[in-house]
Design a protein around this ligand. Structure first.
Ligand code: AHR
Length: 503
């Protein structure tokens, strides 16, 4: 029997709620249809935002939302998306399906959405095809409180008060779709553009995110930090608060990707092993960050992660619409446990993307909405937000999997303690077929009040609009407390969440 050993006395770092963040791009049916249907829609909405989707995301405790891209960010000109909707500019969304973007969802709508969700705001600016002035004016438009050309324009467009801008990304994937730049070139542009991201409200500083690497491009991380890390004058402060990292799991590689629902055992383990690669990426990029920033003042911002499969048959290839099975649930569980364990460096992570695109938590079809297995994992893990990570490991963990290259541990966990004194344990069984008996031991805690839930089904299981509750979070009571330890069996292919209080 494997033993989950918890030393709840040994705190290892604070889990920033933003680690449970999300991303919504002007891509396919994410914004339009998925989130925004307009005030005149028959679908119940509040100021154009779908009520069913907003309610579900609030229940999941969404902490932060990144917008408007992605690749779309570096061709987005924010002034096209303000003012009367009928006169907003129509443009081609060249990255995503070549469809017409009518700009009916813009800055005002984004902040309205975040207000309804009760979450922090992360706006990604345009370095690839935008000017310094344009970026500077956007920040002024959003945050300046007083008389200024942009604040006046905001008031004229119906919003007198400034909004709270928590994070601002200075470009996206500038090594690729955001301008095909070299690290030094981007690093110098970053220095320049971020200068004009002014802090108009000292009590609510805008945290600046610099574009980081794709997957294992350590050369980019090194080159950008070499160029950007050093402040212009001693004592003038850092130029960046965060450095991003993007990593997607493609079971069969970037070109082929692979089906979201049709896979065998081999591909199951391959996918999970690829998800676990995130741990190495964070450690190695983190080691480079440590060379410059040993005090870990700069956060690693994993603002795009998740499974990227072949699109659902018959759907627009540019819309990146995919189904979501128990395999996605395990990828989410593994990834969130990794982020928790690296909470000393990882300060935000945004799964891509929130609705109807890639590894979504919500799918919609006309007026219908369903919650994916990934949604349930975020819901089960929500207690880790703002908690303190504590020491844990699994003694006697087996290695399982189909091929040498793609083996994974049987069990995977992370543990934290919340302010209310509850210990939060999230435990995944990565086997497609084998149940795992586990005993959970503590340093001093005597388990008293326990609440637990489970997500488990066979590996291909997923929700459809005809059967939206095939996979859902269920109460879990199949545990026993004996000699101050908890005994349970984690079924094959499962995610379990336990909250435990001391007697
Ligand atoms: O999430 C889809 C795309 O993946 C984003 O637009 C881009 O940043 C990344 O390549």
């Amino acid at each position: 029997m494997a033993k989950l050993v918890i030393n709840e006395k040994r705190k290892k770092g604070h889990i920033n709620p933003e680690i449970y963040g999300h991303f919504a791009e002007h891509l396919g049916r994410c914004i339009y249809e998925g989130l925004y249907v307009g005030e005149n829609s028959d679908i119940p909405n509040v100021n154009g935002m779908r009520k069913d989707v907003v309610d579900a995301l609030k229940e999941m405790k969404i902490p932060v939302l990144r917008w408007p891209g992605g690749c779309f960010a570096d061709e987005y000109h924010w002034k096209d998306g303000i003012g009367p909707k009928e006169s907003r500019k129509r443009m081609i969304n060249t990255h995503w399906g070549g469809v017409t973007e009518d700009n009916s969802f813009g800055t005002h709508e984004f902040f309205e959405l975040c207000e309804q969700l009760g979450c922090k705001t992360y706006v990604n600016g345009n370095v690839g095809s935008g000017t310094v002035q344009e970026m500077s004016e956007w920040v002024e438009y959003i945050t300046f409180n007083g008389v200024s050309p942009m604040a006046d324009l905001r008031a004229k467009n119906g919003h007198e008060a400034p909004w709270k801008l928590d994070y601002f990304g200075v470009g996206n994937e500038n090594w690729g779709c955001g301008g095909n730049m070299t690290p030094e070139y981007y690093g110098n542009l970053y220095r320049r553009y971020q200068t004009y991201v002014r802090q108009y409200d000292a009590a609510n500083p805008v945290r600046k995110i610099c574009c980081g690497a794709n997957v294992a491009d350590y050369f980019w991380t090194k080159g950008v930090l070499e160029t950007c890390f050093k402040a212009p004058q001693p004592g003038s402060g850092l130029l960046l608060d965060g450095l991003s990292l993007h990593y997607y799991v493609h079971p069969e590689g970037w070109d082929i990707k692979g089906s979201a629902t049709d896979f065998d055992d081999k591909v199951w383990y391959k996918t999970l092993a690829k998800a676990r690669y995130m741990d190495e990426l964070i450690s190695r990029h983190g080691a480079i960050m440590d060379e410059y920033d040993p005090e870990k003042k700069i956060g690693m911002i994993v603002d795009e992660w998740g499974c990227w499969f072949t699109v659902e048959p018959g759907t627009n290839p540019g819309f990146l619409y995919q189904q979501n099975t128990m395999r996605d649930a395990l990828v989410a569980g593994i990834s969130l446990n990794i982020f928790n364990r690296h909470c000393d460096r990882v300060k935000m992570a945004c799964i891509a993307q929130m609705v109807n695109v890639l590894q979504s938590v919500v799918l919609t079809e006309g007026p219908k909405m369903l919650l994916t297995p990934t949604y349930h994992v975020f819901h089960m893990y929500r207690h880790h937000q703002d908690a303190e990570l504590v020491d844990s490991y699994i003694d006697g963990n087996k290695i399982i999997g189909a091929e040498d290259e793609y083996q994974v541990p049987f069990l995977d966990e992370s543990v934290s303690v919340s302010e209310d004194g509850y210990l939060n344990i999230t435990l995944n069984n990565l086997s497609a077929t084998e149940d795992a008996p586990v005993v959970i031991s503590f340093a001093q805690l005597k388990p008293a009040e326990i609440t637990a839930s489970i997500l488990t089904e066979e590996m291909h299981a997923h929700n459809t609009f005809d059967a939206p509750e095939t996979v859902k979070e269920m109460p879990f009571t199949a545990y026993e407390v004996k000699d101050d330890s908890i005994f349970l069996t984690a079924p094959a292919c499962s995610v379990i969440s336990l909250r435990v209080k001391n007697a």
